[in-house]
Design a protein around this ligand. Structure first.
Ligand code: HEC
Length: 183
């Protein structure tokens, strides 16, 4: 029995010595792995987006939500610009700038494309601001191309509508009907 104890002690000694030896020669061990890489927690449990085509998840860089209103939208799905006259004016400008007028009419009442005022929509989810945001950002299968920044024109990542601008456009569209989308 004593022999067992002694060998246990010896084994422990050997282990300690080996560890010391390793510490003394770090180069031989190769690069130490970065131990402190705690898995990054999901930044804020905000809303998550799906496309209008198939309801598949889409990822939009959270950094693009760079205004207080856009951040609020990302957290809650509510569009704080609805009913805000100043933002509605900006939205009207964007509606013209991105040729939404050409397909949806100057007052969003419909032309080649459907009317956007509601209360019923071709895609029912567009009665919500989250749904309409997804439709404008990522497009549909039937003649409505993606307008989101970087998606609108594959050869120019700077081209397209920013999240904050989409909220402005939606506020303008909502100003024509009874649906606020924040219900
Ligand atoms: C080239 C023509 C065209 C342009 C430009 C265009 N759209 Fe569309 N849009 C369409 C068509 C066509 C549909 C119907 C799509 C479908 O049936 O899948 C549509 C659908 C929509 C819908 C969903 C309507 C519903 O009833 O569900 C929204 C919202 C929308 N467009 C907003 C916009 C906005 C905002 C812009 C500008 C940034 C824009 N569109 C630019 C053609 C266009």
């Amino acid at each position: 029995m004593n022999t067992f104890k002694i060998s246990a002690v010896l084994l422990a000694l050997v282990a300690v010595l080996t560890a010391c030896g390793k510490q003394g020669a770090p180069a031989a061990d190769g690069a130490a792995p970065a131990a402190a890489s705690a898995a990054a927690p999901a930044a804020g449990a905000g809303i998550s987006f799906v496309d209008t085509q198939e309801g598949k998840p889409i990822v939009i860089d959270a950094k693009l939500f760079d205004t207080p209103a856009a951040k609020e939208f990302l957290a809650t799905g509510k569009n704080p610009y609805v009913g805000n006259e100043e933002q509605i004016k900006k939205g009207k400008r964007i509606f013209g700038l991105y040729s939404c007028t050409q397909c949806h009419g100057p007052e969003a009442g419909g032309q080649v494309g459907p009317g956007l005022v509601g209360p019923t929509f071709k895609y029912p989810k567009n009665a919500t601001n989250k749904g309409m945001f997804e439709t404008i950002w990522h497009g549909t299968n039937g003649g409505m191309g993606a307008k989101g920044l970087g998606l609108m024109n594959p050869s120019n990542p700077e081209d397209g509508v920013k999240p904050d601008e989409i909220l402005q456009v939606i506020a303008w569209i909502r100003s024509h009907g009874t649906v606020t989308g924040n219900e």
